[in-house]
Design a protein around this ligand. Sequence first.
Ligand code: CMP
Length: 139
Amino acid sequence: MLEYTLSIIKPDAVERNLIGDINSVFEKNDLKIVAQKMLLLARRDAEIFYQIHKDRSFFNELCDYMTSGPVVVQVLKGKNAVKKNRNLMGATNPENAEENTIRKLFGISVEKNSVHGSDSDKNAKIEINFFFSQKEILD
Ligand code: CMP
């Protein structure tokens, strides 16, 4: 099924010049980047984006981290894009991620794990709408 998913290249990866390497993984695996922008997340936006984790012990740390430097937000399009991107990213904790996944290749820790990707089609729609207007998605 043709789908869209929201991807974020996190501050640790942007800082280490990994935008191109990570985008190359998407493109080599038939995920098309149909929208992309670099931004510094406002604290309030990070809190809203991650509100599902608001009661977790790491919530404040997570919001601090995601606002600590520029991120790249992007919309990826492709067949089964949500699941495909989850597979390409690997497990949340890079230590547990499968070989050749983005988090295994580039992640540093569970916090500095280089990328975020939507976990369901429903959340992908919510997350894409959070960052992009329809006219920014060049489909
Ligand atoms: P992400 O896919 O962006 O969604 C929520 C994020 O919370 C997750 O990636 C991790 O980076 C982060 N996270 C999950 N568990 C922990 C933890 N125990 N400590 C710090 N950050 C965490």
